[in-house]
Design a protein around this ligand. Structure first.
Ligand SMILES: Nc1ncnc2c1ncn2[C@@H]1O[C@H](COP(=O)(O)OP(=O)(O)OP(=O)(O)O)[C@@H](O)[C@H]1O
Ligand SMILES: [Mg+2]
Length: 412
């Protein structure tokens, strides 16, 4: 549900990924317990350790870190209730899988730990082999299933120029970050006339061109250097200020790699793509969990939307459940009703984002997101409704749009 409090939590990128060691954080109020656990777990293969001793009233073992670990080994003591509460106060996406070690043998500690999501539970004195086995098993599981940690990828595409795709992409990304506490990356793939930096009043010094050039050497920390941070915590990537990239300057391999890196370091990646089907857009369409097609209430919009949906559904074989049609600048008293559009496009339950010249102008002129200029306006509620929808969908991994597209283009 939408949280009514504005959250300014500093979002942490995930640590590096790929064929690498599992990053394990050992945390406790007791220095001796941390040292003991580190000594026990140090022999495990493909692991790297960080430690955190909770001091000066700090109770959250994950606070103050630059990046979340892959795994948390948390040793509780007599203050266990408060320590578990601090962990549970974090959104689930900001809690890595964890193993709890307890100094207390009280059965309630075990019950509460499991309720807090612990994957295993040990009471001191520790059986060294048993805890080693458990940590090794869980670290292997976490590292073998990076997809568990991957972001949802949502593409926002115009059915016709000027329909509002950039306004919607930037505001959905911002709302996912601010209201749902997700780590969100917003990517502007309009490589020639990108506008997202204006929508959020950001200056893109480093951007997509440099990131693509260096993609082979990037890890999550280095990647963050190519993203501009909005005050909400939202990360934005687009073409560097004053630059323009031609489509044939972009290798689809590198682009795919870059989007995968972004997906592994965030909870949600929102991509604003120009309305064309080419190597760049089909590369990201292939990776998307959800494609939001933005249209408006006019005959020409309807005609163009119908054509685009035909291409997406029939040529690229994207299933309907991965498509979302949004009627932007919606007006109840328009000549063309929502039902007529739904019938014409053979598409049910579209989301309507109302026309709101005043709020949208304020948002664009000042570069401030809708949530911050007109939180209760119907246009903002439409954005939130869309957030609810795109949070729900995860694509089937076997969905390979690009392969099918090129098979079609080659006449196969
Ligand atoms: N819901 C809305 N209410 C009022 N005005 C809107 C709304 N949505 C978009 N607009 C107006 O439409 C204009 C175009 O919006 P936007 O730049 O988001 O479109 P786009 O589809 O990304 O365009 P392009 O084809 O250039 O990429 C904006 O300048 C804004 O003023
Ligand atoms: Mg645009």
């Amino acid at each position: 549900m939408m949280n009514d409090l504005v959250n300014h939590t500093a979002h942490q990128p995930r640590l590096d990924f790929g064929h690498r060691d599992c990053q394990i954080l050992i945390a406790s109020r007791s220095t001796a317990a941390v040292d003991n656990l580190k000594q026990i777990l140090a022999p495990l293969p493909k692991t790297k350790f960080k430690t955190q001793v909770l001091m000066n009233g700090h109770i959250d073992p994950l606070s103050g870190l630059d990046a979340l670990p892959d795994l948390l080994v948390f040793r509780l003591d007599s203050n266990w209730e408060v320590e578990l509460e601090a962990l549970c106060a974090r959104p689930a996406c900001q809690r890595p899988p964890m193993i709890i070690v307890s100094a207390e043998s009280d059965p309630q500690v075990m019950r509460s730990s499991m309720q807090a999501g612990a994957r295993d539970f040990f009471v001191e004195p520790l059986d060294v082999e048993e805890i080693q086995r458990s940590v090794e098993r869980l670290s292997r599981e976490v590292m073998d299933n990076p997809s568990d940690q991957e972001a949802k990828i949502t593409i926002v595409m115009n059915a016709k120029g000027g329909s509002g795709a950039s306004l919607i992409a930037s505001n959905v990304a911002h709302a996912l970050c601010q209201e749902y506490e997700q780590r969100v990356a917003l990517v502007d793939l309009d490589l020639q006339f990108g506008s997202l930096s204006y929508y959020l009043d950001l200056n893109l010094k480093h951007g997509i061109k440099e990131a693509l050039d260096n993609v082979d050497d990037l890890d999550a920390i280095a990647l963050d250097g190519y993203l501009v941070k909005h005050s909400s915590g939202l990360r934005v990537m687009g073409v560097e200020e004053g630059r323009m990239i031609l489509n044939d300057e972009v290798s689809s391999e590198r682009l795919r790699h870059l989007i995968s890196l972004l997906a592994r370091a965030h909870d949600h990646v929102v991509i604003d793509v120009p309305r064309q089907i080419d190597l760049i857009t089909s590369t990201v369409l292939e990776m998307a969990d959800q494609i939001v097609v933005v249209t408006q209430q006019s005959i020409t919009h309807l005609r163009d939307t119908s054509r685009l949906l035909d291409v997406l559904r029939d040529d690229l074989e994207i299933p309907n459940e991965h498509l979302e049609v949004v009627i932007n600048r919606y007006q109840k008293n328009s000549m063309i009703t929502q039902t007529e559009i739904e019938n014409a496009l053979k598409f049910k339950s579209m989301i309507c984002i109302p026309n709101d010249f005043k709020s949208v102008s304020e948002c664009l002129n000042d570069g401030v997101p809708l949530l911050n200029v007109a939180r209760r306006a119907p246009v903002t509620k439409g954005v939130i409704e869309l957030c609810e929808s795109v949070r729900g969908n995860k694509a089937d991994a076997s969905h390979t749009v690009l392969g099918r597209l090129f098979a079609k283009l080659k006449g196969a």
